[in-house]
Design a protein around this ligand. Structure first.
Ligand SMILES: [Zn+2]
Length: 198
């Protein structure tokens, strides 16, 4: 069963907390985030979202430190500085059940050349991230950045945030994570093909 579908309410919360902890460790291990960078969230039922806390190393999260948010409200104290981008996205697109924000080095390197990952480069790209949107460079944690991320995620399952990182959505946390990994693979492939070093 997918995250957020019927029955995925209070009883599934401990499992979802464990999934976020594992996702933080995975993103860190893969080098897609370092230290306290990035953030992860999953929808629980229709009105609640679990978000990673501000300032915690994502490789060493604990289930109890995750912050429960109301989709229609301002992010509570202690939630990730980018939590508003997550909440606005969940408000607008009921089909989105998980979000991952990371700072993938290949995506960032490609962006310095004015490019974003091209889904057509690899079979995985076409399957998992058929479209990639762009988000302009805006202040981290700002309402403007949150708004632009929500708009971009309405157009595409992945968005590159200029001079910052990337955000991916999914119908499960596993899918959002896979999309982030494929986005970075597409970027690394493009850089290698151009003889660039990452
Ligand atoms: Zn960031």
């Amino acid at each position: 069963m997918r995250v957020g579908e019927t029955g995925e309410t209070a009883s599934s919360e401990p499992r979802l907390r464990a999934e976020i902890v594992a996702a933080g460790a995975s993103l860190t291990r893969l080098g897609l985030i370092r230290g306290a960078e990035g953030n992860i969230s999953v929808r629980i039922g229709a009105t609640s979202v679990l978000v990673t806390p501000s300032g915690w190393a994502k490789g060493r999260l604990q289930g109890a430190c995750l912050v429960l948010c109301d989709v229609g409200a301002e992010p509570p104290r202690g939630a990730s500085s980018e939590a508003l981008a997550h909440l606005l996205t969940y408000q607008r697109y009921p089909h989105i059940l998980a979000l991952v924000h990371a700072h993938p080095p290949g995506v960032l390197a490609l962006a310095t050349r004015g490019a974003i990952p091209d889904p057509e480069l690899l079979k995985e790209g076409r399957l998992l991230v058929p479209r990639v949107a762009r988000v302009p460079a805006l202040a981290p944690g700002s309402r403007e950045l949150a708004e632009e991320c929500a708009v971009a995620l309405g157009r595409a399952p992945a968005a590159v945030m200029a001079r910052h990182g990337a955000i991916t959505s999914g119908s499960s946390l596993r899918e959002a994570l896979q999309r982030m990994e494929v986005l970075e693979l597409l970027a690394q492939t493009a850089l290698s093909a151009r003889g660039g070093r990452v």
